[in-house]
Ligand binder design. Structure first.
Ligand code: BES
Ligand code: ZN
Ligand code: ZN
Length: 500
């Protein structure tokens, strides 16, 4: 991880390999004047010749600046259009340039953004830089994971320093958690098995004394009658695991004693989804190692929440298994009994996420939750509906949608409300059991899947279908190809402000 600090040094006092200054399309920022003077009026000349006008995504590198090897001018665009996300995008582009240079350190002048605190601005820069530097080189021999950029200092005023330091500390934890979630998603399924996820949880429990871990192994899963998880795991030689993480902080007496609200996070943990007997086509099947992205996000969210000391009870529930075909695998038409007692006709073994989640959602009732949020790479159909950058959000508790949207706006993650259409409930009625795991029509599968989950829920609940966003096949700012760690910053921001 990069080492971030806040400093009150002046731009001409730094000893880093690069000075980074964000420029707007208007020449109004005071730091522009200072840096312009420092580099002998070069910025003014660039503006006059229209070579550089502070447009978003544009970067210019200046040399021949006394006392500084190079100055990076990074466009922020128009002040009126400036948001934290625009700043993250600009910081990400600055990172790409820094990575291409022989530079291991940089000093960044903290820009001012309307209606935004120094804490938020510093956090956004630190978050974006850390995530833009992410590379998954675990299996490349000869390539070190060590980041090329080692030290970043954020230049702030004396007044901003404490706030900026708070933002940096917050971002360090957030970025660390996103990176963990990305790593888990990028590891291949021969490494990231259900047992590997369980070991990861146990390691979190060792590191964080206030998180309790319970792992249910196959005998306990049987005892719990988790018929969905058991059915999906039947075709695999890897044992299923049901992973429980509990972060239950004590409410201090001075805050009224009693207890905090309890939010349960359930994460789909299919470590490889071949489809089972209803096998998927070979093309892109290798990507199905990320079908445990929900599980990864849940584990990393709970660890980050504990590090941030969020005043909330958080429980993580992760049904983890592979979905493989074999002589022992579940077959289309098989009827199983889920933990709730409801029977399910498994018409398609590739609709396995809803089977394992049905057990987790039923188990969640134990905690008398204020709210349950599940994160799942549940349906290909959500990608057809919303593409690869928007999370589909289904809920039976509309009042949480506003806060969730606000959180998404802050973190730059995108959600869109989807309907739990009552009229479609008929499509998941089975002729032979209580429910069938796919609809009788092939349309609207994201809604059918959500309606299926709804049948196991008797509390306020949000279902986030992250199938589109959890894996990137194209590069985006601060998000390279592969597992994205999507939903993590959104969840932390949502939980930070959570009210009953
Ligand atoms: N894990 C998949 C959903 C998925 C697809 C995630 C593509 C990420 C990218 C899920 O288990 C699945 O296979 N769903 C089926 C459901 C169908 C059989 C009704 C699908 O979406 O095709
Ligand atoms: Zn599947
Ligand atoms: Zn799946």
């Amino acid at each position: 991880m990069i080492n971030f600090t806040a400093t009150t040094k002046k731009p001409n006092e730094i000893s880093s390999d690069a000075l980074v200054v964000f420029l707007r399309q208007e020449e109004t920022a005071p730091e522009e004047k200072i840096v312009n003077a420092l580099c002998g009026g070069q910025i003014q000349k660039l503006r006059q010749s229209k070579d550089f006008l502070g447009e978003p995504t544009k970067v210019r590198t200046l040399f021949n600046v006394p006392g500084c090897p190079r100055v990076l001018l990074v466009g922020l665009g128009k002040t009126a259009e400036l948001t934290l996300e625009k700043l993250r995008e600009a910081a990400s582009i600055a990172t790409q340039t820094l990575k291409s240079l022989p530079a291991t350190s940089a000093s960044i002048i903290l820009p001012k953004i309307p209606k935004t605190t120094a804490e938020e601005t510093a956090q956004a820069i630190c978050e974006s830089l850390s995530l833009a530097c992410y590379e998954f080189n675990h299996y490349k021999t000869g390539k070190k994971d060590k980041p090329k950029i080692e030290n970043i200092e954020i230049i702030v005023s004396q007044k901003e320093k404490r706030e900026a330091e708070k933002g940096l500390a917050f971002a360090r934890i957030l970025a660390g958690a996103v990176i963990t979630a990305r790593d888990l998603g990028n590891h291949p399924s021969n490494i990231a098995t259900p047992s590997h996820l369980a070991e990861h949880a146990l390691r979190i429990g060792k590191e964080r004394k206030n998180i309790k871990i319970k792992i249910l192994h196959k005998p306990e899963i049987k005892k719990e009658r988790m018929g969905g998880l058991l059915a999906v795991s039947k075709g695999s030689d890897e044992e299923p695991k049901f992973i429980i993480l509990e972060y239950l902080p004590k409410k201090p007496a001075r805050r009224g004693g009693g207890s905090f609200p309890t939010v349960v996070l359930a994460g789909k943990g299919i470590t490889f989804d071949s489809g089972g007997i209803s096998i998927k086509p070979a093309d892109k099947m290798e990507e199905m190692k990320y079908d445990m992205a929900g599980a990864a996000t849940v584990m990393a969210t709970i660890k980050a929440a504990s590090e941030l000391k969020l005043p909330i009870n958080l429980v993580g529930l992760i049904p983890a298994t592979e979905n493989l075909p074999s002589g022992k695998a579940i077959k289309p038409g098989d009827i199983i009994t889920s933990r709730s007692g409801k029977t399910i006709e498994v018409v398609n073994t590739d609709a396995e996420g809803r089977l394992v989640l049905s057990d987790a959602l039923d188990y969640a009732k134990k905690y008398n939750p204020t709210l349950v949020v599940d994160l799942a790479t549940l349906t290909g159909a959500i990608m057809v509906a919303l593409g690869d950058d928007i999370i589909g959000a289904f809920t039976n508790a509309e009042k949480y949608l506003g806060p969730l949207k606000t959180a998404a706006k802050t973190t730059g993650e995108k959600i869109w409300p989807m309907p739990l259409e009552k009229d479609y409930e008929q499509f998941i009625k089975s002729d032979f059991a209580d429910l069938r795991n796919i609809g009788t029509t092939r349309y609207g599968d994201s809604v059918n899947a959500a309606n299926f989950l709804k049948a196991f829920v008797d509390y306020p609940w949000i279902h986030l279908d992250i199938a589109g966003v959890a894996w990137a096949t194209r590069e985006k700012p601060y998000r390279p190809k592969g597992a994205t760690g999507a939903g993590l910053r959104l969840m932390i921001e949502f939980l930070k402000k959570f009210k009953k």
